[in-house]
Design a protein around this ligand. Structure first.
Ligand SMILES: CC(C)(COP(=O)(O)OP(=O)(O)OC[C@H]1O[C@@H](n2cnc3c(N)ncnc32)[C@H](O)[C@@H]1OP(=O)(O)O)[C@@H](O)C(=O)NCCC(=O)NCCS
Length: 252
C-alpha cells in the first residue's frame, strides 16, 4: 500500500432521525457505525429478508457469508444502521488493494489500467429492512461510503444495479454516480454500471438531453455507445413506466 495515501479510518459514526416506520410517521434516533465480524448473523438475516421481499428474483445478487466476512475489514468495510440495538440496514464498501481482490473486476469493467485497483471504491450491496424503508437510509449509506472512498484517496467509485430495481439506482444517481454501461452478469442478469470519476465529473449538456424508458435497453445501449451517460430519473410516462434522463457530458 502506498504510505502517501491516507488509509481509510477504522472509526466511523453518524447519527440521525427516522421519520417513517412501515409507512407511518415515527420519530426515532438512529446511529450508523462500522460492523465487525460478530455482526455477521444480523447482516445475513437482513440480506435474506430483503431477498425474500424482492418482487422478482435475480435483481439483487445473493451473497455468501464469505463475501460479508471478507468485507468487514482489510479490503472493505460494512456500515450498519442501528435503531436502539436493532440492526435495520447495512451497506458494503469494497476497497480493493490489488488484482487479488476476489470479487467484481472493476478495473476491467471500467477499462482502467491493471495497476488501478487502489484508485477504485465499490458500493457493493446494501439492504434496508422493509419496516424501515422510506427514510432515505440507502442514500445516506451511499453518500457516507463515497465520503470514505474519497477520504481513502481513491479517484473512482462504482456500483451495479438492475434496471428493474429503481430503488437502488435512483439513490446511486442521486449520490452522483452516472450510468456509464449496461452489462449482462452471471449470464442473464442485466445491470447498469454506475460510476463517478472524481477528476472528471462534468454536468450534462442540456442541449443533448433525451428521456428514455428504462425498459428500452437497446436504445440506452446505443446512447451509451455515442458517449451519453444516464444522469437522473425522469418523470414516468403516461402508463407510469420509469424513465431516465440521458445526456452527453459537457466538454470540460
Ligand atoms: C434499495 C433499498 C436499500 C432502498 O431502501 P430505502 O433507503 O429505505 O429507500 P428510500 O428511502 O430511498 O425510499 C424511497 C421510496 O421508495 C420506497 N421503497 C424503497 N425501497 C422499496 C422497495 N424495495 N420496494 C418498494 N418500495 C420501496 C420507500 O418506501 C419510499 O417510498 P415513498 O417515496 O412513498 O416514501 C431497499 O429498497 C432495499 O433494501 N432493497 C433490496 C436490496 C437492494 O436492492 N439493495 C441495493 C442494491 S444491492
Amino acid at each position: 500500500m502506498n504510505p502517501d495515501i491516507p488509509a481509510v479510518t477504522n472509526q466511523f459514526f453518524r447519527s440521525g432521525l427516522i421519520s417513517r416506520r412501515t409507512g407511518q410517521p415515527a420519530d426515532l434516533p438512529f446511529v450508523c457505525r462500522f460492523l465487525d465480524a460478530g455482526a455477521l448473523p444480523m447482516v445475513r438475516r437482513i440480506h435474506h429478508e430483503v431477498l425474500r421481499y424482492m418482487g422478482e428474483p435475480g435483481l439483487v445478487r445473493e451473497e455468501s457469508d464469505e463475501f460479508f466476512t471478507f468485507h468487514f475489514q482489510g479490503e472493505g468495510r460494512i456500515l450498519g444502521v442501528f435503531i436502539a440495538d436493532q440492526l435495520v440496514a447495512y451497506a458494503v464498501l469494497a476497497l480493493p488493494d490489488s488484482s487479488t481482490y476476489p470479487y467484481d473486476r472493476l478495473v476491467d469493467e471500467l477499462g482502467l489500467p491493471a495497476n488501478a485497483w487502489r484508485r477504485i471504491g465499490h458500493l457493493t450491496g446494501a439492504g434496508v429492512t422493509p419496516e424501515w424503508r422510506g427514510n432515505h437510509l440507502h442514500l445516506c449509506l451511499c453518500q457516507w461510503r463515497l465520503d470514505l472512498i474519497r477520504a481513502d484517496g481513491r479517484q473512482h467509485a462504482a456500483a451495479f444495479a438492475a434496471p428493474r430495481n429503481p430503488f437502488s439506482w435512483q439513490n446511486l444517481l442521486a449520490a452522483g454516480l452516472r450510468i456509464k454501461g449496461i452489462r449482462l452478469m452471471g449470464g442473464d442478469k442485466l445491470r447498469y454500471l454506475l460510476h463517478i470519476d472524481y477528476h472528471h465529473a462534468p454536468p450534462p449538456d442540456p442541449a443533448m438531453a433525451v428521456i428514455v424508458p428504462v425498459s428500452a435497453i437497446t436504445d440506452q445501449r446505443a446512447l451509451l455507445d455515442q458517449g451519453y451517460w444516464g444522469y437522473a430519473q425522469a418523470t414516468p410516462d403516461a402508463n407510469g413506466g420509469r424513465q431516465l434522463w440521458y445526456a452527453r457530458p459537457l466538454p470540460s
